[in-house]
Design a protein around this ligand. Structure first.
Ligand SMILES: Nc1ncnc2c1ncn2[C@@H]1O[C@H](COP(=O)(O)OP(=O)(O)O)[C@@H](O)[C@H]1O
Ligand SMILES: O=C(CO)[C@H](O)[C@H](O)COP(=O)(O)O
Length: 267
């Protein structure tokens, strides 16, 4: 049984029809396809050996979950069309609540169903992993303090931890661009944060071009959410209100799903 309704469409599940397509069901291997249930559905009690090994309670029930960036979206508890959550973790993942579904593999764009709406977006390989290759978290904090976020950086990079990008450009060979490196690390970090913000702006612009609902406000999750200077840079580059989500950890969204599941009877 799949515990990720939101991503079984990656094995061919149609989230609009809420079923596998007929051509797939006709295949000789179709019995191997995972059965699908909604996130936050209780599916089983823990096996006794696991329960006692880790000290879980007898009534501990396993519920279906979701992907990390959808969990971050749920944690932010936003519900209005046009609200979006950018997860600034190791990668940069975008989820916009839209009335329309969009799919375009040329740009790594896809939609997950969320009740009667769609969570449209994609995930860029840019984000915190490349920052961690260059700076410690402590340096990130101290250098960021010295950035003037209202001043545009003249540096133009495409920060990636290694070659390859998924969204808003799908190119497995795209090379990281992190040069020239200025002498001053504050300037360097400013240029990198601003360049990642431009990737984010391009991503939201692309979703709009492809027909998604207009983005009105962006909430931020993940390790980058605590960087207030970056938030201000992003606000300027995106031309949208940007703020830290009330809960910035994807695990909080997963816990909300577990709470929902715990209130239902097991399947
Ligand atoms: N002050 C900061 N400013 C920007 N990014 C930061 C800061 N501190 C940590 N990060 C980034 O946050 C990332 C970790 O966030 P997290 O949400 O835990 O990521 P993940 O769960 O995807 O690994 C690291 O890659 C790190 O570079
Ligand atoms: O790669 C990821 C984050 O970088 C996620 O695992 C990926 O985004 C899958 O989740 P979703 O289908 O919700 O985007």
């Amino acid at each position: 049984m799949s515990n990720r309704l939101f991503n079984v469409f990656q094995v061919g599940y149609d989230p609009e029809a809420d079923s596998y397509p007929a051509w797939l069901v006709r295949q000789p291997y179709s019995h191997l396809l995972p059965s699908v249930v909604a996130p936050g559905t209780p599916i089983a009690y823990l096996k006794e050996d696991i329960r006692s090994k880790f000290g879980f309670q007898k009534d501990c029930v396993v519920c279906t979950g979701t992907t990390d960036s959808i969990a971050a979206f749920l944690a932010a508890r936003v519900s209005q069309t046009g609200n979006a959550v950018t997860s600034l973790g190791s990668t940069l993942a975008i989820k916009l609540l839209s009335n329309t579904r969009i799919e375009d593999s040329r740009f790594g764009v896809y939609s997950h169903r969320l009740d009667d709406k769609w969570l449209v977006g994609g995930a860029s390989n840019s984000g915190g992993a490349v920052l961690r290759q260059l700076f410690t978290d402590d340096q990130l904090e101290k250098l960021s303090e010295q950035i003037n976020p209202f001043e545009a950086s003249p540096l133009d990079y495409y920060p990636l931890p290694k070659a390859g990008e998924r969204f808003p450009v799908s190119d497995p060979n795209l090379s990281p661009r992190l040069l020239p490196r200025p002498e001053n690390d504050v300037d360097y970090l400013h240029g990198i944060l601003e360049s990642i913000a431009r990737i984010e702006a391009k991503a939201y612009g692309l979703l709009k071009e492809l027909g998604a609902s207009q983005v009105k406000e962006v909430f931020t999750a993940g390790g980058g959410a605590k960087n207030e200077k970056w938030t201000k840079i992003r606000e300027r580059v995106l031309g949208l209100p940007v703020s830290r989500a009330i809960q910035t950890e994807a695990s909080y969204g997963a816990a909300l799903l577990a709470l929902k599941g715990a209130q239902q009877n097991i399947l």
